[in-house]
Write a protein that binds this ligand. Structure first.
Ligand SMILES: C[S@@+](CC[C@H](N)C(=O)[O-])C[C@H]1O[C@@H](n2cnc3c(N)ncnc32)[C@H](O)[C@@H]1O
Length: 223
């Protein structure tokens, strides 16, 4: 059996997974949940200028583009961004930018919406506040924020392999070439999401499906 690489660096894991990444969206049991998510993401950003964090292959960028005015889609990995850039999009002004979500250097700050797809679960618990401060600093007061991410479902999700002293959970994931990576992946409860985001957002709505959750809020006008 091959050695498991400990991925302190999430970028390395996703870069290596780039060409097989979208297979995750083909799981048959998840299609019934993905349909309403695609429909919501395809219409919720009408007339918005959207900042997308960790856009990966642009899977959700395509749906955002169906209604948004413009998108700045960011990711730390050049390989993932190259795949995103190669896709065809609905007519919408899209700029791709390679940047780290924890610094967002050179990203502008006049967005009235933000989107994170399957990113929140990868943030170490101790870095959540740091990430949100930077993310929110790019958004206008009152901006619409939408996040989607995974629920843990026995039999469909990769099992949780361990929990660290800070409370983060991990999975050991295997790529097609047999390489195994340990990846930080947290599965917050709905109440935990609510408690966390009520400090920074208003009009909080959580749509809890079987395989996924969708969180929506407006950034508070004054912190
Ligand atoms: C689970 S994928 C999500 C991709 C896409 N949003 C989606 O939902 O299909 C996580 C993404 O985070 C990116 N990533 C990892 N570390 C990052 C960082 N520090 N800053 C920005 N993006 C990062 C990876 O390159 C990968 O594209």
């Amino acid at each position: 059996m091959g050695k498991t690489k400990n991925v302190k660096n999430l970028e390395a894991y996703y870069t290596r997974r780039a060409n097989e990444y979208e297979g995750i969206y083909s799981k048959p049991e998840r299609q019934e949940d993905l349909r309403p998510l695609k429909s919501i993401i395809g219409s919720i950003f009408r007339d918005h200028r959207v900042l997308e964090i960790a856009c990966g292959t642009g899977y959700w960028t395509r749906y955002i583009a169906e209604s948004a005015t413009s998108i700045v889609a960011t990711d730390v990995s050049k390989e993932l961004l190259d795949l995103a850039i190669s896709k065809k999009y609905h007519s919408c002004s899209i700029t791709f930018q390679q940047t780290d979500a924890y610094s967002m250097e050179k990203v502008g700050d006049n967005f009235n919406a933000g989107f994170c797809g399957f990113w929140w679960s990868h943030i170490p618990l101790t870095r959540r506040t740091q990430f949100l401060e930077i993310f929110h600093s790019k958004l206008n007061p009152g901006a619409l924020v939408v996040m989607i991410d995974n629920n843990y479902v026995e039999g469909s999700s990769t099992p949780v392999s361990r929990k660290d002293e800070e409370g983060n959970t991990y999975q050991v994931r295997k790529l097609k070439d047999g390489t195994r990576y340990e990846v930080l992946k947290n599965f917050p409860e709905e109440s935990n999401l609510h408690n966390f985001f009520e400090k920074v957002g208003e009009n909080i709505q959580i749509n809890n499906l079987t395989y996924y959750w969708l969180l929506k809020y407006n950034l508070k006008k004054s912190p």
